[in-house]
Design a protein around this ligand. Structure first.
Ligand code: CP
Ligand code: NVA
Length: 307
């Protein structure tokens, strides 16, 4: 049966294995030992929103594995508008061996995956960003080793990236403390699910409104934009609500002395993070960005059942 990656939960039982595979494949790539199992295969990438990392990391990664990647920009397919999600899924399945979809609506990703006959990978929607979580935990494992008992602190919006990190941390037994203002907390149902998983792996999940409480003693500090793609009309109210949620050196200094700083990027320097933190030696944001490619190569290999 074909497999998809719509939510981190779709790879729950092999999350750590995929991270380990990504680290192995990164090493193979650096040694010039890439395998080419996707020779003659095509990845179709459908974007409803802009992208730097996701577009390039999927295209370069799939090419390294021997295949060809096709980029469809926001104006092209217009899923659900020009043509139904069902019909797009059926047509793409006749051409593509794998589909990556960046969407506004999570329900469209779910539906595309349901009707497509080839694996569908969520390249970010309004609910989750599972590929980001794979790369992020891969980066944390590279730097910190075993993540059990370590603490990841999130400061900012209870958004798609946080949702995927909540699942990933719970699965890996890593504690997660998130500081989000009132009205911007993560989804209740997803939080409950993450806590359920955390109770099995011995991790704790704490949601607070206090950034200092979240980062105190943490191993990893994580920031994302206050204004996600699709939220642009709320810019004014959001900037007001997130006043005090910026990661600056003062806040960073409350974490462990060897704590690292992470950001999925794009960063809005001077908003959610200062230049000083972004450019500090403990910022690992570009290693994290690179790992998007290695993580996704491992995901694609795994979904195709090749390793
Ligand atoms: N982090 C991330 O997904 O970046 P892009 O929006 O540039 O793809
Ligand atoms: N939360 C951000 C992540 C961008 C990679 C957004 O959805 O725009």
């Amino acid at each position: 049966m074909k497999r998809d990656l719509v939510s981190v939960l779709d790879i729950k039982d092999e999350f750590k294995e995929i991270i380990d595979l990504a680290i192995t494949m990164k090493g193979e790539h650096k040694d010039g030992m890439d395998i080419v199992p996707f020779k003659g295969k095509t990845l179709v990438m459908v974007f409803e929103k802009p992208s730097l990392r996701t577009r390039i990391s999927f295209e370069v990664g799939f090419t390294q594995l021997g295949g060809t990647a096709l980029y469809l920009s926001p104006n092209e397919i217009q899923i659900g508008k020009r043509e139904s999600v069902h019909d797009v899924a059926k047509v793409l399945s006749r051409f593509a061996d794998m589909i990556m979809y960046r969407a506004f609506e999570s329900k469209n990703v779910v539906e595309l995956a349901k009707h497509a006959e080839v694996p569908v990978i969520n390249g970010l929607d309004n609910v989750e960003h599972p590929c980001q979580a794979v790369a992020d935990f891969m980066t944390m494992v590279e730097i910190k080793g075993d993540l059990k008992g370590r603490t990841l602190a999130w400061v900012g919006d209870g958004n798609n990236v946080l949702h995927s990190l909540l699942y990933g941390a719970a699965i890996l037994g890593m504690n997660l403390k998130a500081a989000c203002p009132i009205g911007y907390k993560p989804d209740e149902e997803m939080l409950t699910k993450a806590k359920e998983i955390a109770s099995e792996t011995g991790a704790s999940i704490t949601i607070t409104e206090d950034p200092v409480e979240a980062v105190s003693g943490a191993d990893v500090i994580y920031a994302d934009t206050f204004i996600s793609m699709g939220d642009e009309t709320e810019k004014g109210s959001r900037l007001k609500a997130f006043d005090g949620y910026q990661i600056n050196m003062d806040l960073f200094s409350k974490a462990k002395p060897d704590a690292i700083f992470m950001h999925c990027l794009p960063a809005h320097r001077g908003e959610e993070v200062t230049d000083e933190v972004m450019d500090s030696p403990r910022s690992v944001v570009f290693q994290e960005a690179e790992n998007r490619m290695h993580g996704q190569k491992a995901v694609m290999i795994r979904l195709a059942g090749l390793r």
